[in-house]
Design a protein around this ligand. Structure first.
Ligand SMILES: [Zn+2]
Length: 278
């Protein structure tokens, strides 16, 4: 398993006052390495302001990074701003690796899908999914990118950027948060998932957000059991392996305490990934 990671993508200072997402990368990576000691940690270049402006308003990018506009956590802490070129860089590196080599890869990042063209919120500042998709299109010649968002919540920022930039014919977007899925129909949804994934068959690469907050015990979730989340990930990775579509995957959501409960869910995604791709 290839993991695109640098320590700079983790914001450690003042971590108590925010969602766990900013401090999660380092802990997720440590947990994955204990599961898979042979996993490859691969460095990458941080993105630039110009890269972020491929999917965002330039004034918003500068305002956040210059600490004049609140980030998606609702604060102006420099340690968060400093991490953002690295979180988006990690995800782009995984996406670019998957696109160019056809080998699927992981990025221990989260906090993307509520970030719109000129606004953040919901612990999301910049939309690393859309930035990666735009960079792949403009620099690597991608013709179609899929965004499979299985976080509990609606990927409104992804839709906003797609619409504002007229990318409807380039982005294939499915967001779990846009469906009315409950514990009662969760099994039916899982059975239908391969059919949902078929819509990505013609994509050059799929960006998969393996959200942890659909979990039945998550305070913002309440839908899928641990076993059903594992089955979700197993179906996703097996289906894209069968379709021959490479995947770059990351994290999202996950608000159970202690954080170990969330890490266990991300560990299961890594297990499903290794079971499919080795
Ligand atoms: Zn969420």
């Amino acid at each position: 398993m290839k993991i695109f990671y640098r320590p700079e993508q983790t914001a450690l200072k003042n971590a108590d006052c925010m969602s766990p997402s900013a401090q999660k990368p380092a802990q997720v990576v440590a947990s994955w390495l204990s599961l898979h000691p042979t996993a490859d940690l691969i460095g990458f270049e941080p993105l630039t302001r110009t890269d972020l402006a491929l999917a965002h308003d330039r004034n918003y990018v500068n305002g956040v990074l210059d600490l004049e506009i609140p980030n998606g956590f609702g604060n102006k802490l420099p340690e968060i701003a400093d991490s953002l070129l690295y979180t988006t860089g990690s995800f782009y590196a995984a996406a670019c690796h998957a696109f160019t080599t056809k080998e699927s890869a992981a990025s221990p990042t989260s906090g993307f899908h509520h970030a719109g063209y000129d606004s953040g919120g919901g612990f999301c500042t910049f939309n690393g999914l859309m930035i990666a998709a735009q960079k792949l299109r403009q620099e690597q010649g991608a013709a179609s990118v899929g965004i499979l968002d299985l976080d509990r919540h609606y990927g409104d920022g992804t839709d906003d950027i797609t619409w504002r930039l007229g990318l409807e014919n380039y982005i294939v977007h499915y967001t779990f948060g846009g469906e009315r899925i409950t514990q009662g129909n969760a099994e039916e949804w899982l059975q239908n998932l391969p059919g949902i994934l078929d819509r990505f068959a013609a994509c050059d690469v799929v960006l998969y957000q393996a959200g942890a907050d659909p979990h039945v015990h998550d305070p913002l979730g309440g839908i899928l059991t641990t076993e059903q989340l594992y089955e979700r990930d197993r179906i996703v990775f097996r289906t894209f392996l069968d379709l021959g579509v490479p995947v770059a995957w990351n994290l999202a959501g996950g608000y159970q305490k202690p954080l170990r409960k969330v890490l266990d869910i991300h560990d299961n995604t890594a297990r499903a990934f290794v079971a499919a791709f080795g």
